[in-house]
Design a protein around this ligand. Structure first.
Ligand code: CTP
Length: 397
């Protein structure tokens, strides 16, 4: 049994809040609901009180006369805070650290895990301000996400922005405290490689490293010992519990992998490794010439394929590759699965993932039917992938 504070902000999906509250209570939790003023226009506080069996508070001023400081006590004593739906405005208030209403004040007080279930129009979700707020909130160690998902929206649009179903959110709440990867060792690679041409130039790619970092952080939260081999990125340091080892080139990454891969239970290879590097490195800055210029390139080794070969018929570690394609996703993923002899290829489309806070992936497996699609913030997708991986990481007794 846990104390769950359920925040409800003013989106149409608020009508699903009583069902979510009912599921949380059925799971044995004590549920305190804090709807915003706007949410109370969409869902009745009486319904919320009836399904939780507890008083519903939406204003900072409730209870003040009786001398209680509800916003501090409610949030400080909660074992988890869930906000469903989390509207664009709620995310903006939370990211700005506002305390202008009871729910946003609770979010400032809470140190327990905070699970956000966004719901809004696609345009609002994709707006750079909302994406910036999502990034700001994602940097907090206790913030997790569920959704948003793609589908029909209340405003009549079709696209990303639909709140996850109450059952999905309730399952994500149970996962907040889960330590199902305790004792497991995970090696995660992330980000691009930089292949130097001269002291000031390199060949690189647009990988942000976000998916790999989200996986590393989610695995650490779930109890795994995680090493993150990370190429050059603009990301902040990963959350506590993740060992960070930087690399720059494919050959440097190869050395790190060689010394570590055998000791891990799974390798999650999200790094975007350059297939070629400049054949030579000029110690002096290259100068402009009058003629067209050509670059001589040497092939880099396929690091994942090398490990697939080295592992041979062995079963550990589990090898998970990632690919970003512009088309023919399933066919490319299946070809890579065979060529690299890995267990999974997690595939996404460049336009749905590259440089974004969200992604949509499908998992192609050496054994079994494809899984997914899994969609949402990269942290929500990371947890969905780890849910599917966790049973495979259980060591035989
Ligand atoms: N990979 C690797 N070494 C390389 C290239 C890729 O280990 N030299 C890994 C990536 O980390 C990823 C997977 O292989 O997990 C698929 O990467 P991708 O770039 O899609 O594969 P490529 O074999 O390079 O295919 P493509 O020709 O589409 O670039």
């Amino acid at each position: 049994m846990a104390r769950v504070l359920l925040g409800v902000s003013g989106g149409i999906a608020a009508y699903k809040a009583p069902e979510l509250a009912r599921l949380l209570r059925k799971a044995g939790h004590v549920v305190d609901v804090v709807p915003t003023e706007a949410a109370t226009r969409l869902v009745s506080p009486a319904a919320l009180a009836a399904v939780t069996g507890r008083a519903v508070r939406s204003s900072m001023w409730d209870g003040l006369e009786s001398g209680t400081m509800d916003h501090i006590a409610l949030a400080a004593e909660a074992d988890a805070v869930v906000v469903a739906p989390a509207t664009a405005d709620l995310l903006a208030r939370a990211a700005a650290g506002r305390a202008s209403d009871l729910l946003s004040a609770c979010l400032l007080v809470a140190r327990a895990p905070v699970l956000l279930a966004p719901a809004m129009n696609t345009r609002m979700w994709e707006h750079p301000f909302t994406q910036r707020n999502v990034a700001t909130l994602s940097a907090l160690p206790n913030v997790r996400w569920v959704g948003p998902e793609s589908g029909e929206l209340a405003c009549g649009w079709e696209g990303l922005g639909r709140m996850s179903e109450p059952a999905t959110i309730a399952a994500a709440v149970e996962r907040l405290w889960k330590r199902d990867l305790a004792g497991r060792r995970l090696l995660v690679t992330a980000g691009p490689t930089h292949e130097p041409l001269d002291p000031v130039r390199f060949l690189g790619n647009r990988s942000s490293g976000r998916m790999g970092q989200a996986l590393a952080e989610a695995a650490a939260r779930r109890g795994a010992r995680v090493t993150l081999l990370r190429g050059p990125t603009a990301l902040p340091a990963p959350a506590a519990g993740v060992e960070l080892v930087p690399f720059e080139t494919a050959l440097e990454l190869r050395l790190e992998l060689r010394s570590r891969w055998k000791k891990c239970d799974a390798l999650l290879m999200t790094a975007a490794v350059a297939d070629y590097r400049p054949r030579s490195f000029s110690t002096d800055k290259l100068k402009r010439g009058a003629e067209d210029a050509a670059l001589a390139l040497a092939p880099n080794p396929d690091l994942l394929a090398e490990l697939g070969r080295l592992r041979g018929s062995g079963r550990t570690p589990l090898l998970v590759g990632f690919c970003v394609e512009t088309r023919n996703l399933a066919a490319a993923a299946k070809a890579k699965l065979a060529a690299k002899r890995c267990d999974w290829i997690v595939a996404n489309l460049a336009r749905e993932a590259l440089g974004l806070e969200t992604t949509k992936v499908e998992v192609h497996r050496a054994k079994g039917r494809p899984l997914g699609p899994f969609a949402g913030t990269k942290s929500a997708v990371a947890d969905a992938l780890l849910d599917a991986l966790a049973p495979l990481l259980r060591r035989p007794a």
